[in-house]
Design a protein around this ligand. Structure first.
Ligand SMILES: Cc1ncc(COP(=O)(O)O)c(C=O)c1O
Length: 455
């Protein structure tokens, strides 16, 4: 039996050992977790914080660069980086200084600051779209993009790819179940059938895209350029060209969500691969971990938005929140765009990710496990399948939840954090070779342990 096929029965002893070890080594996190349960529903301020493989949440004390230290004084090489907001490292001094400076002068006024002019220019230069708006998180940016797409095209429907995640955007909570669109399980309190107005098709399926857009009733396709939320799925050669050609031909707007793929390079996947979205959305890392997001539009779309606005007239737009584009967020974005997200930083991230992939490939070869690393710039996914899946259906077939859970806990117990939802590993410009080697060694140890279980 290969490591990939280790059954949950085989793994149960290992899981029990790892859970015991975690509880012994994290007394303070365990105690805080008990106290938090009395005041936070589910024991944490936001329920995702309980989604980690550890038997109690790790309570963070501080992060410096790519190191996170918990309340028990244990340090971790952090490849989760807050699930992307910390892509350029924790505790970045330039950001801390910019925030402190702005906070002393006021956090927000519902008025623009001079920094907004510079930030807009820098976004336009970097990402290639001329006109921008701010939002509070990537969720809000995507919601705004979809609303405007509907307003401009006069069409109700949207299209997303099976396995997508674009934030808490209701109409994207649709996936393919036995080939048919269905609302995702777990959606709380939703009374509308989101599958009624959202078409969902497999990623990389040009024929399905042609068929779905042919009726000419889809306002927009909302897509990550690389799917990063159901494992990581790369576009096949020609897929983005086809996506752009078919959307153009059918009068469908193309929204590219770069929230995670900003890892690709200084201008995101869009600039690196010459994509031409009508709307570009971006959150998480853009303000160094502060809640802030931006979305940009082409000049042509801006003109159409103005015309739609004239038709709609004044009133509550349903777009934007009080804190969107506040002075603190602008100060953080200005610093990110000028001092942190530099070409040199990206060079370090790329070199680190290359080292990580080489290390993982070494483990895979040495241990003869059928795993595959997939990489987009500084973002690496270790897929527990011999061939990189080309859509969510294939990815789901490869998923072994028990194996993932014990793998993540194994890493935590060896001082390594990766994103809790799947095997996503993000390399920051501050990640050291020693931290990368620690991750690779932990993966090697895990693969070795599986071999011994299977023997
Ligand atoms: C691709 C993508 N877009 C948007 C979002 C939403 O980001 P936020 O939760 O910060 O609103 C996420 C969150 O994981 C994401 O992965």
């Amino acid at each position: 039996m290969s490591a990939l096929q280790s059954s949950s029965e085989t793994l149960s002893g290992l899981i029990a050992d790892e859970r015991r070890r975690f509880l012994e080594e994290h007394p303070r996190s365990v105690a805080l977790s008990a106290q938090a349960a009395a005041v936070w529903r589910g024991g944490v301020p936001m329920h995702w914080m309980a989604d980690w493989a550890s038997p109690a949440p790790i309570f963070a004390a501080q992060g410096v660069g790519a190191e996170l230290v918990d309340v028990d004084g244990r340090d971790y090489a952090d490849f989760c980086l807050g699930d992307t907001p910390g892509m350029f490292g924790h505790g970045e001094l330039a950001i801390a200084n910019a925030l402190a400076d702005q906070a002393r002068r006021g956090a927000g006024f519902m008025l623009p600051t001079a920094a907004a002019v510079l930030v807009g220019r820098l976004l336009a230069e970097r990402f290639g779209l001329p006109l921008w708006q701010a939002a509070t998180t990537a969720t809000d940016a995507n919601r705004a993009a979809l609303r405007w797409a509907r307003a401009v095209t006069g069409r109700d429907r949207v299209l997303v790819f099976d396995g997508c995640y674009h934030g808490a955007v209701d109409e994207t909570f649709v996936s393919l179940a036995s080939g048919a669109p269905a609302m995702k399980a777990g959606l709380v309190g939703q009374v509308h059938d989101e599958a009624a107005l959202t078409r969902v098709i497999p990623f990389n399926d040009v024929a399905a895209l042609e068929a779905a857009l042919a009726p000419g009733d889809i306002a927009a396709v909302l897509a990550e350029p690389v799917m990063t939320n159901c494992g990581m799925i790369l576009p096949e050669p020609g897929f983005h060209d086809a996506l752009r050609a078919i959307t153009r031909r059918t009068g469908t707007l193309l929204i590219i969500d770069e929230t995670h793929t900003l890892s690709t390079g200084p201008g995101g996947y869009t600039r690196a691969h010459g994509l031409e979205p009508d709307i570009f959305t971006l959150g998480k890392a853009i303000a160094g971990g502060l809640p802030a997001a931006v979305w940009g539009v082409t000049a042509d779309l801006a003109t159409r938005m103005d015309a739609a606005q004239a038709r709609i007239g004044p009133g509550y737009s349903g777009i934007g929140t009080t804190l969107s584009g506040n002075a603190l967020a602008m100060a953080a974005m200005r610093t990110m765009l000028t001092e942190v997200m530099t070409d040199a930083a990206y060079d370090r991230m790329q070199a680190g990710a290359a080292r990580l992939v080489a290390g993982l490939e070494g483990v895979i070869a040495r241990r003869a496990v059928g795993w595959t690393p997939v990489r987009v710039g500084a973002r690496v996914e270790l897929v527990f399948a011999p061939v990189a899946p080309r859509n969510a259906l294939e990815m789901r077939a490869a998923l072994d939840h028990d194996l993932l859970a014990v793998f993540h806990l194994w890493l935590i117990n060896r001082g390594v954090l990766i994103a809790p939802f799947h095997n996503m590993m993000l390399v920051s410009p501050m990640t050291t070779d020693a931290q990368i080697d620690r991750l690779v060694d932990a993966v090697d140890g895990f693969a070795g342990r599986l071999e011994s279980l299977d023997a």
